[in-house]
Design a protein around this ligand. Structure first.
Ligand code: K1U
Ligand code: ZN
Length: 179
């Protein structure tokens, strides 16, 4: 097992749409294990492959609750609840930044495990938030893209005052989402 380097804001891989995984081999399983180790060491509650320099659709999560640790390959959110919840989020790729984000309270996710077998999960609360955050990473979307306009302004200022520079690629939230 190995600790991987987490890419930070300004690295173009964080703005790249990740490619679906087609090969389920020992290399993929080793990467998933290394991502779990890296997430635990950070510490964090989720991690997406692009954050460790691999532009593929793979994520790991561990909310800290029993049964809420795992790996999902090629995840797709197939249902979002109408009900939303606002809560503070952080990102291992934007160290020190914590802002409130509105997300669906519940999601249904379909994907594959590291052997390529289909899996499905219903998630609520923190786990639903983590999965939405990580799947955004796979589409090149960062949580700062989803901030309310006034919070976003404050975040932009704070991030520019840090070492992230001018051009860290703020994006509008994508049109294919209700949130
Ligand atoms: O993807 C990431 O950047 C990891 C990120 C995931 C996440 C956090 C909060 C809401 C949604 C998704 C983190 O894990 S940031 C660190 C963090 O939240 C945390 C760290 C230690 C204990 C508990 C939480
Ligand atoms: Zn993140």
């Amino acid at each position: 097992m190995a600790l991987l380097t987490v890419r930070t804001l300004g690295d173009p891989i964080l703005r790249t749409k990740a490619a679906p995984v087609a090969t389920f081999d020992d290399e993929l399983r080793a990467l998933a294990e290394d991502m779990h180790e890296t997430m635990a060491a950070a510490p964090g509650v989720g991690l997406a492959a692009p954050q460790v320099g691999r532009p593929i659709r793979l994520l790991v999560f561990d909310s800290g609750e029993e049964g809420e640790r795992g790996t999902i390959v090629n995840p797709v959110i197939t249902a979002f609840s109408e009900e939303t919840q606002e809560a503070e989020e952080g990102c291992l790729s934007i160290p020190g930044a914590y802002y409130p984000v509105v997300r669906a309270l519940r999601v249904h996710v379909q994907g594959l495990d590291v052997e390529g077998a289909p899996l499905e999960r219903d998630a609520e609360g923190l786990l639903a938030r983590i999965l939405q955050h990580e799947i955004d990473h796979l589409d090149g979307i960062l949580f700062i893209d989803r901030l309310a306009p006034e919070v976003r302004k404050e975040a932009m200022r704070a991030l520019r005052d840090q070492d992230f520079g001018q051009d860290f690629g703020m994006k509008a939230a994508p049109p294919n989402r209700r949130l």
